[in-house]
Design a protein around this ligand. Sequence first.
Ligand code: DLL
Length: 465
Amino acid sequence: MKQNGTTMVCAHYRASGGMRVPAIGKKGNLMKQPQDILTMPHDQLEAIQLEGIKKTVIKCYENVEFYHKLFDEAGFDPYAVETLDDIKKAPFTTKQDLRDNYPFGFFAVPKEDVREIHMSSGTTGVATVGGYTEHDLDIWGDCFARGVWYADGGPQDVCHVCYGYGLFTGGLGAHYGGIKAGCMTIPMSAGNTERQIRVLREMGSTILCCTPSYAMYIADTAIAMGLDPKKDFHLRAGIHGAEAFSDNFRAELEQKLGYKVLDVYGLTETMGPGVAIECMEQNGLHLAEDHFYAEIINPETGEVLPDGEWGELVLTTIDREATPVIRYRTRDITRIIPGECACGRTHRRIDRLHGRTDDMLIIRGVNVFPSQIEDVMKTFPQVASWYQIELTRKNHLDVVTLKAEVNPDFDFDQISAIEKLQRDIQSAMKTALSVGIRVKLVEPKTIARSEGKAKRVIDLRGDDK
Ligand code: DLL
């Protein structure tokens, strides 16, 4: 039936002459983009950064109690910032700081000026809140629109957004970007894959915005439906991020969908997607340096590392109004790629991410800490405290399985009771974490004990993470 449905659509499609599919422009075609900003000499960009940072540190000091105290304690004088190097004297901000000041402790403007909020995933108490004024929403759209511009896109494009809409920044960030770049923007949100496929074909979507794993799932589902996405879809670029993906994974996606994949990076604490995006050179992600000041530090010592060296990315917002952050430790491992990009843009590039310095898992774009899984698990007295989280891949999607021991007084032979308990824990996980986690209860003392630190997370996803 479904296949017939799509065949019909296809016939209609052909009858109408098909959709005009814009060709990928020539390398270095910056026609539709704000050339002045994206190609300006780096010293001019640094002048913009300095001006913005000077105002931002003062605004933080005067309006955010947390920063007032932090700067005073660290002996950092926000009025004495004269050069970009001076920012290196400021103390770091961590995710824990944001959590400790949940929900509005980082607001640097009155709540009346905040138009939207987003939250990083996590149960109440571990979430972090980002606020956006009208200006912040505008720059956010501008940052994500760069992905469309980098793909030589614009009003001729149909931007299909299937990042999740809601508190997660993916959906609305890509949405604002699509609109800002002048695309017809389709707010699909994630899920209902067969409908995604129908819409991709019927609307002639040319730019796909979603997590890379979901893009692969769409591709595989379409192939299983008897379609050839290369011919039946009209995609020419995918702006994929929120989770790491390998070069092999990218090559497979490009082969299946017949388009070019651009990696997009971002995080709720500084804005959302668009902090850095790859251009068609696919050789690193251009930071939006007019909005973010980036440093790479040694995560152990905090020392700032030179370009080219791998370390933890630290970001300072330059013109964010509602929730500016100073030297925010992202925990993401990357490096600044030395030298200029062949595309001609001057904004420096970060390399594709090499994991994180903490134990945060990113499951289908949703951030989950093992401690959150443990917190839910602990609400079930039948379950002991020995557990392991196993990460595997099925059909290119991450599968998380919690293996947990039942308490010795729980009768493991009662199969139906075990199954019910598994289902109950699974449903509690889904409610608390917004992501599906399989639960497999095992007999007492069957999970390997270790003499040192317990290995709680077993990653069996191989190279194609
Ligand atoms: O994931 C924002 C986003 C949405 C980025 C859509 C790209 C596309 P959070 O939920 O706060 O925000 O998670 C932020 O996700 O610190 C990284 O560890 C990871 N991450 C984001 N982009 C990438 C990427 C969004 N391109 C955390 N590659 C970040 C690898 C990424 N990891």
